[in-house]
Design a protein around this ligand. Structure first.
Ligand code: BG6
Length: 497
């Protein structure tokens, strides 16, 4: 027994990392469009202005502990060459999507996950009329997929809240976003009727705690504001599921969790407890969206911190009734935590939490992300045992500073990564009997990295000729891994050599 016949092999991108041109066709900016470029050592910054014209920047990004803009600062796009915003050019998917989808088809993709940008579809989120230009772009992307028999999977909110909400009301802390989001989601369902049947509401919803600006547009992220924003996203998610069930019965709406198994470094029970607590703090988000209930340990934590759920009458019933159809997740590797930090090196890449150290058994890339050959098998077993629901891995991949030589990239490290990860997932399917819907490789076409805002951290099986400052021809070239993945897909995961 191997992968099922209709296994959804493919790849994934996100609007702010791929499309570029956030002003095109009457669109408006989102929170990701005012984040500057950075690197492994230089944090991305959010640019802002004061009423008196003072301009400044604050690192409200992954890996930063910063949670607030200065009092009175309004997050803003600053038209000054001093600031480079990578999402404004990205991989120029806005103009290259046809070439890219053709390459995906050549690789044998059965599915392509991309995100739609709320502020492209509704530059004025209060309006009842969507922006035709923005909407048409997504209709065309779906039509192009269908031309090749590729099933689109749309993420409705991938780290992009319309900027106006960050400026006006601290983003998702404000409940008014709930109904406005459901209007946008329903617009997409209607416009893409017959073209797209799989949707995800919020990308990596749990990372609102590690990066509240990125995941929720919060410019003042107190613990209370984060809990309220998470609540509002849960409610928006359930109301979106409700809208699909009532009006579009063919549509399935999944949840999306960022997950990496957490290991305790030592057999010290304190380390094991820490690891368990970290796992639970991640799984809490899936508990709500897949079972409809807030986990007791999270409610106890809120109590201890004096956090109040902003639930109104009937809200919790909606969350309980409209749970998601499937669980999708990203998984890049695992985490190690310990109280015994002597002799260890800090590890974990972005979104580091207390006590995270490098795993002495694993090799990390230049950004500190370690490859764990067992992570997908562990992830799938964890989800299967806890939620007994359909599962879909929608992000997994490795970033590398690829060398372009002899007219291509000889990325053996990426093929090794793919081989180990697909094998791990295959073991979960064939040995543990898990029913898996599909596997989507992250950043299949080179895109700008989210954490660092640089092109140098490339994930793709297709090379894009562009540098960290958006300069280049944007020509697409298949890397060696393109042909490896093509062969793996053709054999439905049997040929991994
Ligand atoms: C996931 C995000 O967390 O990780 C993607 O959903 C992101 O948007 C991916 O690109 C890899 O992270 P990075 O920082 O290497 O781009």
């Amino acid at each position: 027994m191997g992968f099922k016949k209709d296994f959804l092999w493919g790849g994934a991108t996100a609007a702010n990392q791929y499309e570029g041109y956030p002003f095109a066709d009457g669109a408006a900016l989102a929170t990701g469009d005012i984040m500057t470029n950075g690197s492994h050592t230089v944090r991305r910054q959010v640019t802002w202005k004061m009423e008196d014209g003072t301009i400044g920047t604050t690192p409200l990004c992954f890996g930063s502990q910063e949670r607030h803009l200065p009092e009175g600062a309004i997050p803003t796009y600053v038209d000054d060459p001093k600031y480079y915003y990578p999402s404004h050019i990205a991989s120029d998917g806005y103009h290259f999507y046809k070439d890219d989808i053709k390459l995906m088809a050549e690789m044998g993709f059965k599915s392509y996950r991309f995100s739609t940008k709320w502020s492209r579809v509704y530059p004025d989120p209060y309006s009842d009329t969507p922006n035709e230009g923005g909407l048409n772009y997504y209709i065309n992307v779906c039509k192009e997929c269908k031309k090749y028999g590729i099933e689109p999977l749309i993420t409705l909110h991938h780290y992009e809240t319309p900027l106006i909400f960050a400026q006006e009301c601290n983003g998702w802390e404000d409940r008014k976003l709930v109904n406005l989001f459901v209007k946008y989601a329903t617009t997409m369902f209607e416009a893409l009727k017959g073209l797209c049947k799989y949707y995800l509401t919020f990308n990596e919803i749990n990372l609102i705690e590690a990066a509240p600006y990125v995941a929720g547009g919060l410019i003042h992220a107190t613990d209370q504001a984060i809990a309220s924003a998470a609540f509002n996203q849960f409610l928006a998610n359930s109301l979106t599921v409700k809208a699909a069930k009532e009006g579009y019965p063919d549509i399935q709406v999944g949840m999306m969790l960022a997950y990496g198994p957490t290991y305790g470094l030592t057999p010290d029970p304190e380390d094991q407890l820490l690891a368990k607590q970290m796992e639970d703090s991640t799984l809490f988000f899936a508990d709500v969206q897949m079972t409809g209930k807030y986990s007791v340990y999270k409610l106890a934590e809120y109590d201890r911190k004096g956090i109040v759920l902003p639930a109104k009458d009937g809200d919790l019933d909606i969350i309980a009734k409209y749970t998601n159809d499937f669980l999708s997740f990203s998984c890049y590797g695992s985490h190690v935590v310990t109280y015994h930090t002597e002799g260890t090196t800090a590890g974990g890449g972005n979104g580091m939490k207390f006590g995270m150290v490098a795993n002495p058994y694993l090799k990390a890339n230049a950004w500190g992300w370690a490859t764990d050959p067992q992570c997908l098998r562990i992830a799938l077993n964890t989800f299967n045992n806890r939620y007994h629901c359909p599962l879909w891995c929608v992000e997994n991949g490795i970033g590398w500073n690829d060398a372009f030589e002899d007219g291509t990239v000889h990325d053996t490290y990426r093929m090794d990564y793919l081989k180990a990860n697909i094998q791990s997932m295959k073991d979960a399917v064939t040995i543990d009997g898990i029913d898996l819907m599909g596997y989507l490789y992250w950043g299949c076409i080179d895109i700008v990295s989210n954490g660092e805002g640089e092109m140098a951290k490339r994930y793709g099986e297709v090379y894009v000729d562009a540098d960290n400052l958006g300069k280049g021809t944007f020509k697409r070239t298949p890397k060696d891994s393109f042909y490896w993945y093509q062969k793996a897909i053709k054999s439905n995961g049997e040929d991994l050599d």
